[in-house]
Write a protein that binds this ligand. Structure first.
Ligand code: 4AD
Ligand code: MG
Length: 464
């Protein structure tokens, strides 16, 4: 091998004119090898692009034996001259002069060329990033994560790190994973037989967080505008294509924002992220569009080009009641809307993303601001085609007495630190949570949320 600096496949394919006529050094995994007795073509992928670089092996320079380890999945290092390609399908290819084989991939390599179902690939989640589909999904996921940080940074928001281990249940849904160092088979017990958590690691029961919001509010009522972006954990037994037990959430929280400001920010934020992906992941999105969902690009553009519909929960329920449609779950004022209801509003009635506001207080969390009607709270859910709820948020109750009243009503304890935000220098404030995987699901057009996170966690699955 000569002393040449390695070039990434994406760079060569992006500006072929810069490389034609020059010696290049490339490294990657073999997607396919085909050809005849005179010449062999290898499609090389190094993860930098959905596209492969064609490597041409002239059999007057390489023996068949030398090339025999080059099978799908093998990792190789090639040097040679980049030349304008004569074949259709690529502008540039590399005429190999040097070959080094890093690792072979015997015939039992599970990621053979094509035709694997997504279900099969989920069982091989340790190797599926090597497929075209998952390479595309994870590059898009990365771009969206970057877009999230860029959006908030450019607006002057502070990235505020909230804890993963917590002693409070933000959403009150009671579906938390416990964190303990006690021996489950023989925990210390109090006289009445209950577990003595004063001897546990934190001196009291602790869990993995379901949301960083409560701590986020502490940040917002000091720094003005903050956002969190981290993993959250929910032990719900929801085996659906839209739920994970471990998912990432982005939670902006803004002092002096009322519900309308909150809606404006949510809409601008989603549009920004979708647009960022359209502009920066064009090849990957095109691939997924062609492979899985021919309407994907149109749907994404539609969302970035159209205003979201805004209406109240009560108006939404009225539309559902008058729709004449037979739903699996009944609709009436006060019900927690099911995914089929949300999707009817978005996909059939309005044919646009919808922001639903002012939900009955009984079906929403304790911290939401009570409206003057005494029945509804200043909540907002952003509902998306195919996804259903992508964002949940609200204006927060900033009134000390009302918040304390709600906490008492629901029997919550250990919230003094949170209530202090209302005791000292309380301000109107709002925020929301975007489920990151639901955004990735939307932008990639994948059908199952387990296919947009590298190593999904869901009931009865903790592989890899
Ligand atoms: O609506 P949720 O439960 O809201 C909160 O947690 C608030 N504390 C947010 C806030 O106001 N700061 O969750 C927010 C979003 C949902 O809209 C959904 O996109 C996503 O998180 N989400 C899930 N995503 C994947 N798997 C699950 N099990 C999810 N549960 C919620
Ligand atoms: Mg919600």
């Amino acid at each position: 091998m000569k002393e040449i600096r390695r070039t990434k496949v994406a760079d060569i394919l992006a500006t072929p004119a810069d490389y034609i006529g020059k010696e290049v050094d490339v490294k990657g995994w073999v997607r396919t090898r085909r050809g005849n007795k005179h010449v062999q073509f290898v499609a090389l992928n190094d993860g930098s692009s959905i596209k492969n670089l064609q490597i041409v092996f002239d059999l007057s320079k390489f023996s068949e034996e030398e090339l025999s380890p080059i099978t799908t999945g093998a990792s190789i290092h090639v040097q040679g001259e980049a030349v304008a390609s004569q074949g259709a399908g690529q502008a540039i290819e590399v005429q190999a002069s040097e070959l080094e084989i890093y690792g072979t991939a015997p015939a039992d390599y599970p990621m053979q060329k094509k035709g694997h179902t997504l279900e099969f690939l989920r069982e091989k989640a340790h190797l599926r990033p090597r497929t075209n589909t998952f390479g595309a999904v994870f590059r898009i996921r990365h771009a969206l994560a970057y877009a999230v940080h860029k959006f908030f940074n450019d607006k002057g928001f502070v990235y505020f790190h909230t804890p993963l281990i917590t002693a409070s249940d933000c959403e009150g849904a009671g579906a938390m994973f416990q964190v303990t160092t006690l021996d489950p088979a023989d925990p210390p017990r109090k006289e009445d037989g209950s577990v003595d958590y004063s001897q546990d690691f934190f001196g009291k029961p602790a869990s993995l967080t379901v949301s960083g919001q409560l701590e986020g509010e502490l940040g917002a009522t000091a720094l003005g505008c903050i956002y969190t972006f981290g993993p959250t954990f929910r032990a719900e037994r929801s085996n659906t294509p839209r739920h994970l037990s471990e998912f990432w959430m982005i939670e902006p929280e803004m002092a002096f924002y009322e519900i309308a400001d909150n809606m404006d920010l949510a809409e601008e934020f989603i549009k920004y992220c979708v647009n960022y992906a359209l502009e920066n992941c064009a090849d990957d999105i095109q691939f997924l569009n062609d492979m899985f969902d021919k309407t994907l690009i149109d749907t994404l553009k539609f969302v970035t080009h159209n205003d979201f519909v805004r209406l109240t929960y009560s108006e939404g329920v009225k539309i559902l009641e008058e729709s004449g449609k037979k739903f699996e779950f009944p609709v009436y004022w006060g019900v927690d809307l099911a995914s089929e209801h949300e999707r009817y509003l978005v996909e059939e009635h309005f044919k646009k993303p919808v922001i639903l506001t002012d939900y009955p207080k009984e079906i929403k969390a304790f911290y939401m601001k009570l409206n003057d009607d005494g029945k509804t709270v200043r909540a907002m859910d952003v509902l998306f085609p195919k996804i259903g709820e992508i964002i949940g948020g609200s204006q927060r109750e900033e009134n000390l007495e009302k918040l304390e009243g709600r906490i008492k009503e629901l029997g919550l304890t250990g919230m003094d630190w949170y209530v202090d935000t209302r005791r000292y220098g309380t301000v109107p404030h709002s925020g929301f949570g975007l489920g990151f995987e639901r955004l990735v699901l939307f932008v990639t057009g994948m059908q199952n949320i387990r296919d947009v996170i590298p190593f999904p966690r869901y009931p009865n699955n903790c592989e890899f």
